[in-house]
Design a binder for this molecule. Structure first.
Ligand code: NAD
Length: 249
């Protein structure tokens, strides 16, 4: 269904981004795989079949230098992200601003760059990797939670502006997904709590989640692929939670 379409996925070297790129390629899209990790992006591009782009999304000048307006991008997946956990009074302000630049401002700059082309084509799909933390808060994640809540708002504005021009904008909001990021957390938590890794899952990460397992990246990718596929013209400005029931409570 995406044959002849070009898709840009950010943070495509790892985890969810790589799975999304794989899924969109399976659906026929030509892929642009962007990451700050140059070797990782190149490896992912070889695996998936696509072109690697290297840029640090915290740097607006670097984004502008990509010349994305001339790339004919039909699908944009804003996925790149990082985490930092600390109480507000100890939270490094530089780190806070960095997280907002990568996870809220970069999606704005990227959207701004690709929208004119989508409007000219009369079709476009923008999917943002948000999180349960776009809808719920956790202590010590002030930058991440506020960036994701902001991303939810940005997505809705894009949805309203793009609606008459064939462009939709939606967010996908997973609970904990099995990626290098989370697997690192599991090992750390196991060490600091002195418990086994599967106990960390149940007692810490999945404490509020009725489905007692991590979400797989491929499940997230399947949902992103659906939102870019046929029959989705009327799905706009929505959030899709894939959280094993966390927010049902
Ligand atoms: P990951 O760490 O496996 O991959 C993130 C990728 O983003 C990496 O390849 C990294 O190099 C890239 N990246 C980081 N900073 C960048 C920058 N400045 N410029 C360009 N690329 C940069 O992470 P993941 O778990 O796959 O997360 C992907 C997205 O999904 C994030 O937005 C994250 O917030 C969201 N998410 C993840 C989970 C989870 O449990 N893993 C849950 C909900 C939402």
């Amino acid at each position: 269904p995406l044959a002849g379409r070009t898709a840009l996925v950010t943070g495509a070297a790892s985890g969810i981004g790589r799975a999304v790129a794989t899924r969109l390629a399976e659906q026929g899209a030509s892929l642009l795989l962007l990451d700050v990790n140059e070797a990782g992006a190149r490896e992912a591009a070889e695996q998936v079949g696509g072109e690697a782009l290297t840029a640090d999304l915290s740097d607006r000048t670097a984004i502008e230098a990509l010349g994305l307006g001339e790339r004919g991008i039909d699908v944009l997946v804003n996925n790149a992200g990082i985490q930092h956990v600390a109480p507000i009074e100890d939270f490094d302000p530089e780190r806070f601003e960095l997280i907002h630049r990568i996870m809220l401002q970069a999606p704005f700059h990227l959207t701004r760059a690709v929208l004119p082309g989508m409007y000219a084509a009369g079709w476009g799909r923008i999917v943002h990797l948000s999180s349960v933390h776009g809808h719920r808060a956790s202590a010590y994640k002030s930058a991440y939670v506020s960036a994701k809540h902001g991303l939810e708002g940005l997505s809705k504005v894009i949805a309203l502006e793009g609606a008459a021009k064939g462009v939709t904008s939606n967010t996908v909001c997973p609970g904990y997904v099995r990626t290098p990021l989370v697997e690192g957390q599991v090992a750390d938590q196991a060490r600091s709590h002195g418990i086994a890794e599967d106990e960390v899952l149940e007692q810490v990460l999945l404490a509020r989640t009725p489905v007692k397992r991590l979400v797989e990246p491929e499940e997230v990718a399947h949902l992103v692929g659906f939102l870019c596929g046929p029959g989705t013209d009327s799905i706009n400005g929505q959030s899709y939670l894939m959280d094993g029931g966390w927010t049902a409570q």
